[in-house]
Design a binder for this molecule. Structure first.
Ligand code: PAF
Length: 312
């Protein structure tokens, strides 16, 4: 089994590293900024795990290695370009981010045949600054959905099917599952990503604009906006051949808002800390995809404008 290489020192990347450390999976971290890389993880049962020292710069990785990019979509292009000269052996690249657009960036830079996995996770993690430097806190047990968008259609239905067609990708999924389980193979990863997009498209801008926890977006005062976002999302997704119905999309959004009710969404946190938001990769992506098909999406367009107008 290959080594797990983690790019960036964000909350989810550090959580994966800490879990790899705890589960005895070989790993290395490559943060952009060594000073803000967490040195330690705090689990929900009160235990802690110390992380091994991070690596300062990329190295050529063997094909059996896994290189995961748990970054914001807007950071992905620069990070992939930095790694490009070191990918001569074609280790498996894994993209893990909120929102959409990463696949297009990766296909542009790596080509459409590169061994690539796309993933989305519902694990929660928070990076905190302490008197002893940065730490990462595990805030919510979740699961990771993963799939192989570059494998020819029809996509392999099960992990066993995938392991027969592209053993390298199946073994990369096993490495990730050993590090931070559960990692669940999805034959239709794009549908899983669009599902997550619908959740983010409602919860993230509403929580950021109104300075509220996730649970509050279920209040009647946001009903009109929730329904409009879900209706527009469904029209756009279905125009690209995905099979959604607006009512179920809305129900799923409400159930995630309830399940993560006490959390502040990632966009809320970005705004609260004065960081760039992922609005372009979330509601902005819906607007871009809608524009290409001539579908009017006024609610999503307004949300993009309003989030961008927030003072950061
Ligand atoms: O971006 C986030 O915060 C999360 O994806 C979600 C699901 C909205 C929960 O907070």
């Amino acid at each position: 089994m290959g080594k797990l290489n983690i790019v960036g020192g964000g909350a989810i990347g550090s959580l994966i590293a800490a879990s790899a450390q705890k589960n005895g999976v070989p790993y290395d971290c490559y943060p952009r900024d060594m000073k803000t890389m967490p040195s330690c993880a705090h689990w929900q049962n009160g235990q802690t795990t110390a992380l091994k020292p991070a690596k300062p710069s990329p190295i050529v990785l063997p094909k059996s290695d896994v290189l995961i990019f748990p970054l914001k979509v807007y950071q992905l292009k620069a990070a992939l370009m930095q790694w490009l000269p070191y990918l001569t052996q074609q280790p498996t690249v894994v993209l893990l981010h909120n929102g959409m657009g990463g696949l297009e960036v990766a296909r542009d830079l790596l080509g459409g045949d590169y061994p690539l996995l796309l993933a989305t996770t519902s694990h929660g993690a928070l990076k905190v600054s302490t008197s002893n430097g940065f730490h990462v806190k595990y805030t919510g047990v979740g699961a990771t959905q993963i799939g192989a968008p570059n494998v020819n259609k029809p996509s392999p239905q099960t992990l066993t099917d995938l392991s027969q067609i592209v053993p390298q990708l199946a073994s990369a999924i096993a490495t990730l599952d050993n590090a931070l389980p559960p990692v669940q193979y999805q034959s239709n990863i794009l549908k899983a990503l669009w599902t997550k997009l619908s959740v983010n498209a409602v919860i993230n801008p509403l929580t950021a604009l109104h300075n509220i926890q996730n649970k509050h977006i279920a209040k009647p005062e946001f009903e009109q906006s929730r329904i409009a976002i879900c209706d527009e999302f469904t029209q756009v997704a279905n125009a690209y051949g995905l099979d959604f119905d607006a009512l179920s999309v809305h129900e799923n959004v409400l159930s995630v808002a309830k399940a993560t009710g006490e959390n502040y969404s990632s966009m809320h946190q970005d705004v609260a800390h004065g960081r760039q938001t992922e609005i372009d990769a979330i509601n902005g992506y819906i607007v871009d995809m809608a524009t290409k098909k001539g579908i009017p999406v006024p609610e999503n367009t307004l949300l993009v404008e309003r989030v961008k107008a927030l003072k950061l």
